[in-house]
Design a protein around this ligand. Sequence first.
Ligand code: C5P
Length: 398
Amino acid sequence: MLVDKRILLIIGGGIAAYKALELIRRLRERGAHVRAVMTRAAQEFITPLSVGALTADHVFTDLFDRQAEQDVGHIRLAREADLIVVAPATADLMAKAAQGLAGDLATAVLLATKRPVLMAPAMNPAMWAHPATRRNQAQLQADGVRFVGPNRGEMAESGEAGEGRMAEPLEIVAAVESALSEGPLAGKHVLVTSGPTHEPIDPVRYIANRSSGAQGTALAAALRDLGARVTFVTGPAVVAPPSGVDVVRVETAREMAAAVEAALPADAAVMAAAVADWRVANAAGQKLKKDGTGKLPVLEFAENPDILATVSKGPKRPRLVVGFAAETTDVTAHAMAKLTRKGCDWIVANDVTPATGIMGGAENAVALITVAGAETWPRMSKTDVAQRLAARIAEALR
Ligand code: C5P
């Protein structure tokens, strides 16, 4: 899949830079040509000599290197690649790219390119969580940049645990393959919501549901495999998100609504999340305590925004909007009604009566409801449902 693909690898200055060396080997053993640009900070961690030995090419480090500019030039570097990969993408590189700064070779290439860009962020968890980095990532995503990782795990420098560890080289390779894929959804952006939401009662308690996120995760992977750029907005699911998609983690329905809004425009939206219909209106700022009198807390509820209906009826409506319906009675009839009420194009309806074992299980039995009518699919694995649905989505978007 990567044979003769030209990858321009921009190496940022972080401790994860050493993993860029393995990434080069993995890409080259799959037949890709890799050319590297290193920032000045990257050269504090690994040397151009070792990078050049692995790419078997000149390593570009300086915007004002007269020889290199004459031979290749930053504009040509930016144009001649099939894909630009930034690994590690530091907080600093992300901030500069989000702002369109172009003060060094790496950022000048990112500003000059019209080719797809994939970033593999790596930074301290506090830097990753900082509102400034959140804003920069959202901006870059809106500009069409894809992301892989970061993962949760221990940080090399501090032993601190949290989100910020660079994706592993093979995960980055998978994301590169998907970014370069020429599947039927290549060039299409698909938004997928998945998992349950958590609605806080107080700082330590919440209301949730039994959604595992399995069906949404399988769908995101299937859409990615067909070449789509996938934004995967997920509540706290049991199943880990797939690699090679842009993951946005949220907890509450309102956070999910905001993340979905931020991810638009998209060619299609598939709302597989089990969003809580209600949130606790009187959620406590402090942990609720028994006061010894036997008095019970009383929870009041407020209705959550209906994300599916909002997207279906909103100004940035994707061409295809697909909702899910988890029902326990009259599945098809309820799903038909939901299609009209929510204004979506399709509803994937399933029977989640506990006896079916579907919620949290590996299989699903669904009916695909469109204006044309209901189509009942045989019981199959959630992966098969995902692949079948992804193929239908590709057909609809063609
Ligand atoms: O109305 P109901 O919850 O059964 O509708 C399910 C569909 O609507 C799913 O696609 C789900 O993701 C979506 N939904 C939503 N926002 C809500 C409730 C449901 O997007 N607040």
